[in-house]
Write a protein that binds this ligand. Sequence first.
Ligand SMILES: C[S@@+](CC[C@H](N)C(=O)[O-])C[C@H]1O[C@@H](n2cnc3c(N)ncnc32)[C@H](O)[C@@H]1O
Length: 253
Amino acid sequence: MRTHLCSSSYALLLNTLPLLTAPLCRLAMARNHSSKDSQPKVDKMQQLVHSDPSGGWEQCWEKGLTPWDLGQPTPILVDLHQRGALPKGRALVPGCGSGHDVVAIACPERFVVGLDISENAMKQATKLFSSSKSAEYFAFLEADFFTWRPNHLFDLIFDYTFFCAIEPEMRAQWASRIRDLLKPDGELITLIFPISDHEGGPPYKVSVSDYEEVLHPLGIKAESIVENHLAIPPRRGREKLGRWKRSICKSLL
Ligand SMILES: C[S@@+](CC[C@H](N)C(=O)[O-])C[C@H]1O[C@@H](n2cnc3c(N)ncnc32)[C@H](O)[C@@H]1O
């Protein structure tokens, strides 16, 4: 563990580009040009991840094969933050990639840990954000979500494109880690994406019931699941916002 201070259908599934308008997306646009252009990148990314499940992500970051990267924070997360609708305290973003979402919600009331297995991702995030005004409110950590043992639990875990990135057989383990890392009254926020019927991945297809299947047995239930009305245009209609909490068994005595 290391702390770093501080498409054909697949391309269309992942890609964001050319419909993005925010200036921050120019970087990503320059890298990816169009979903058609990014399909070879998606294919190569999948090959790398399949050929080496532990080191494949690192190679993707090393080679710049990151077609999922918006180059900006996730709009719905920023909206929730700005409306004061996110838990304060300690937050975790597993598989945080270049870290935009981590920095977007870091503030004096919330310390955010961005975790990624890739050293290159964490170096990139650190380079992008080490001189950010809110640098004292976040940290980037190179570690494996499935084995990492932190000293503190979290009030909030935000998962976007991590659940769909891991092998579907790992989803029950993902849920156990979420349970173990959340405070008893903590909240899990998921962007359920990509809701589709394609085969293969990553990204692997997901559905609301895929989350329920692994979270319900652990007593984690959705308090709301709604369409993500701020999904970026290419992902619209295939993305839902889920807010989950542990259901507390109230004593009848
Ligand atoms: C599809 S990317 C999503 C990145 C980011 N959430 C985003 O939306 O831009 C998945 C990320 O998960 C990371 N990752 C994969 N397996 C991991 C693991 N076991 N622990 C931590 N991070 C992991 C990869 O390195 C990659 O950066």
